[in-house]
Design a protein around this ligand. Sequence first.
Ligand code: PBE
Length: 267
Amino acid sequence: ENDTSIGEKIEYTITGIEPGAGITEATDNALEEYGNLAGWEHDKSSTAAMLTSLDNAIKDKEPIIVAGWSPHFMFAKWDLKYLEDPKGVYGKVERIQTIARKGLKEDKPKAYKILDRFHWDPADMESVMLDAQNMDFDEAAQKWVDTNQEKVKEWTKGIESVDGTPVELVLTPWDTERSSANVAKVVLESKGFDVTLTAVSPSIMFKAIASGDGDASLAPWMPATHGAFYEDYEGEFEDLGENLKGAKIGLVVPSYMDIESIEDLKS
Ligand code: PBE
């Protein structure tokens, strides 16, 4: 019984998330890059299903390997660790960036300026994500804006109000991006903009900004998570730089598991 490998115990399966996520592509790459992981399966369903599987495994103290990322409440809720990734398939530190459609700066300079100034820390994003466990994202965002007026004022300084100018923000359907998009919406609306939020998969998000269907997005994770999508549309959108530093993606396991590195999955 003790000789059973972790692979055997979890039926050589990694519990992933949505097929269109950047981390899903990275995990497919990891299975290739780490040589003899070829026999492993990557279960792609949804973030909700992954979290349920993780919760169930931890309740039973069973082994499990999931596609995980931070900021995320999973690290506050459970005792987890990232597996080391010596080949760097998941990158090291990720940043979240803001991109805008070409022409936004000229068409809606005030909205552009607020979006360009928008930046915050993982702890800010986490506080919205945590509150949003018990209330809607728009309420959690409003609460963060109310309690962080100093930061918000830096973004809106010197900007006069407009009268209902529409702004189309495109996001991806994860809590990290629901948080940033809803905060941006509250801040822009405080200056009179009329903001619409549309959640799509990462590749559609880049496509929407490149084609001009959307005005801007605070959702790209770089350089590893969405690097391939970014390259596909490079030159067709404007990069406004990072809005958050210190994000991360990788393979995550409960701390009680006796494994430290993706390399260890080989045996
Ligand atoms: N995530 C959260 C997304 C981006 C934000 C890491 C799950 C992804 O993999 O595309």
